[in-house]
Write a protein that binds this ligand. Structure first.
Ligand SMILES: NC(=O)c1ccc[n+]([C@@H]2O[C@H](COP(=O)([O-])OP(=O)(O)OC[C@H]3O[C@@H](n4cnc5c(N)ncnc54)[C@H](OP(=O)(O)O)[C@@H]3O)[C@@H](O)[C@H]2O)c1
Length: 289
């Protein structure tokens, strides 16, 4: 039995969907906080269990009879360390054999520190490695899906404004991370490994402006705004200051060279080259967007 946490969220749900293409639904457990949100998964005969990362007993109960747990990292701006520690300890106590943790890509010995992201990832990874459980740590690059948070709706903007200079990011569509996770979890040989998942190419925000120009047929320029200018622009758009500052953290990471790694692991797990950013961004120009 494979259990996927966060199964009502973007990455978890896509991982369950990818697993459904590869194995019987009744061998998949979706861990959710509210089973009503997973009614369609129940209809597909996925086992739906309720559990909360903050509620150790609920995790212990949900992990009964589970062989592998895919731990989708807890949301930022929450106490990720307590939550993820609970999952790892409960998995161990329940007799789970393998936990797969999804964290954020960072360079080994890099200088990028965002307490609510990198530091909680490091603590979780260390705990998992020392737990005695089989582990796989998957360090994901930035979801291409996050680009609208950084720059606005790609189909509606007339300029790309971000304080990232020439820095590049190897963006990946979230559903392709999910597909890779599903492949990883059903294959053997990934025990006690750490993978960095990134695209086969990296893009600057000037590249994004160029891609959007090509797709839209309108000239869209990149403007390398200052960090302060960017924060006030985001605040004017209605984002709270901490969210705007959080968006800047990703520019800082990119400028520090933390997010431009080209690594073959994702291509190997997918069995094909990941989608290009141009293909991903085209979806914002489809009529339903
Ligand atoms: N690499 C990147 O670019 C990137 C970008 C964004 C986030 N992330 C990280 O990747 C994770 C997954 O991303 P995502 O896009 O799938 O996030 P998401 O759509 O926000 O999904 C988060 C999931 O976690 C569940 N959850 C939240 N608190 C929980 C708790 N206390 N106990 C159990 N489940 C809980 C949510 O359940 P409910 O439906 O009940 O709320 C939801 O299913 C995020 O949590 C974050 O750590 C990475």
């Amino acid at each position: 039995m494979i259990l996927v946490t966060g199964a009502t969220g973007g990455l978890g749900r896509s991982t369950v969907d990818a697993l459904l293409k590869k194995m019987p639904a009744k061998e998949i457990t979706a861990l959710v906080r509210d089973s009503e949100k997973a009614a369609d998964l129940k209809e597909k005969e996925v086992v739906v269990k309720e559990g909360d990362y903050f509620n150790y007993q609920s995790l212990l109960k949900a992990f009964e009879g589970v062989e592998k747990v895919v731990l989708i990292s807890a949301p930022t701006f929450t106490d990720r360390i307590t939550q993820q520690t609970n999952v790892i300890n409960a998995a161990k106590e329940a007799g789970v054999s393998h936990v797969i943790y999804t964290g954020i890509q960072r360079k080994k010995d890099g200088s990028w520190i965002v307490p609510m992201v990198t530091e909680s990832d490091k603590i979780t990874e260390q705990l998992l490695i020392e737990s005695g459980l089989n582990y796989t740590i998957v360090l994901n690059n930035v979801y291409a899906d996050v680009i609208p948070f950084f720059i606005g709706n790609p189909a509606a903007i007339s300029e790309v404004k971000y304080p990232s200079g020439d820095a590049k990011i190897s963006f990946v569509a979230r559903e392709e991370f999910a597909e890779a996770l599903a492949n990883l979890v059903i294959q053997n040989g990934h025990e006690n490994k750490i993978y960095t998942l990134s695209n086969s190419e990296a893009w600057s925000f000037a590249d994004i402006a160029e891609i959007l120009t090509e797709i839209s047929g309108r000239k869209i320029d990149f403007i390398n705004v200052s960090k302060d200018q960017y924060i006030s622009l985001k605040e004017k758009e209605g984002y709270p200051k901490p969210a705007a500052e959080f968006a800047v953290e990703w520019a800082n990471a990119a400028l520090a060279g933390e997010l431009d790694e080209i690594n073959p692991a994702l291509e190997i797990l997918l069995g094909r080259r990941p989608s290009s950013l141009k293909d991903f961004l085209k979806r914002y120009f489809q009529p339903e967007n």
